[in-house]
Design a protein around this ligand. Sequence first.
Ligand code: GDP
Ligand code: MG
Length: 477
Amino acid sequence: KLRSSLRKLTSSNNSEALTTEALNALLSEISRALIESDVNVQLVMKLRTNIQKKVGELVANHSSSGGGGGGGSSAAANVNINRMVQRAVVDELTAMLTPSSSGDNNNDNNTSKSSTVKAYNMKRGKPNIILFVGLQGAGKTTTIAKFAHYYQRRGYKTCMVCADTFRAGAFDQLKQNATKLRIPFYGSYTEADPVVIAEEGVERFVHDGYEVIIVDTSGRHRQEEALFDEMQEISAAVQPDNTIFVMDATQGQAVYDQALAFHSAVNVGSVIVTKLDGHAKGGGAISAVAATGSPIIFLGSGERFEDLDPFNAKSFVSKLLGFGDVRGLMEEMQSIREGQNQEELMEKMSRGVFTLRDMYQQFQSVMKLGPLDRVMGMIPGMPDYLVPQRGDDESTMRLRKFLYMMDSMNNAELDGKVDLHNKNDPTVEKRIRRIAAGSGVHPAEVKMLLQAHKQFESMVSKMGKSGMMSKGGQAKQ
Ligand code: GDP
Ligand code: MG
């Protein structure tokens, strides 16, 4: 829905189209869509006010100057207001998700709580005690394994402590993960007091020179005062360097109050959002940031140890708005691809250019990236039939075939010097047959590839126009 209201913006690209009424209607539509994506109602109202303030003036100036005829009395007449609204929505949402910067960006209408926290920096060569808190089932224990895996792979001496004696099997769950990851753990089947376990475990690991010491706590519900007391006692006992609030993306509008309750109990320093692989858009994450004044540091998107991604505000917002996670994908690829100039591709994409060769290189990188279902989902405009479900070899095969087909194209075709989408070009049909024969597929499959490319191209062009590919707005990690 939001996607279509924003699309309306881009398609009615004439600056004359937008009047104050149109702006209001549009803002209502965007607000409704954001609320449906679980963004807190009050935050949406704030966002709306901010945008209205920013854009309203321009619109008023513009409509009074009379529809673009003649001289255009103000500079505003030359500004594409549609694009401005779109950019303002993205910027405001990004600012809401970046608490350490929103203090400077957002005039007096600050969206986050009075005090804001800078993202905690993991330090090498000293113990970093990290306490995980959150509701039961939010994904703490699962995320701890991913988090440990993440830092272990980066060379930190990592370990886990299970201070959850409330849920039966909690220790076994942590132990299983730790064993698979070959990460030392501490816990007990007999000791009933989680404070004692936490204290002992942390003490031992500090003594042994561990750098990342992660403490798991039991889930709790707001009503359970006793459990809240316990969490505070654990916190007091282990003196965490950072307390991470784990929230489930499917929690929706209730997040704000929950996050606030946790924050006032144990002083949250970071947020991790889990279960973004499901249907949830995760707008509730903005509530957690607002309630705690703390940045989001990671997103969880599945049950495997690899399914944890460093948070990037622009990517998150563009996904929330339905554009797909291009920047995140780009960053992931950057570390893998040599030779090809990433900056150059970004620059091209920001101009809306995306050739078959670009697609070829993207697909090749994707094949190297590992868990295909995860990465493919991040490519905007990726048709559903190409995003593999877990264990779906058919989609992997299809992708391979696509690569074979592009292998059979010549340079002119790959670089768009010959337009394979041009139905009026009599050579195109012949070219498609040649490519099909060369790669051992049916011509209809080549057409499917071209259709996928077309979809990509139009998505990239839309993003280029929206400024979604521009730099900046990244969370400070
Ligand atoms: P805890 O009670 O907070 O420790 O939650 P758990 O870590 O035990 O997770 C609760 C359930 O959510 C488990 O079934 C996990 O497999 C699942 N889960 C956790 N994180 C994710 C995620 O990012 N994606 C999906 N799909 N499931 C998750
Ligand atoms: Mg747990």
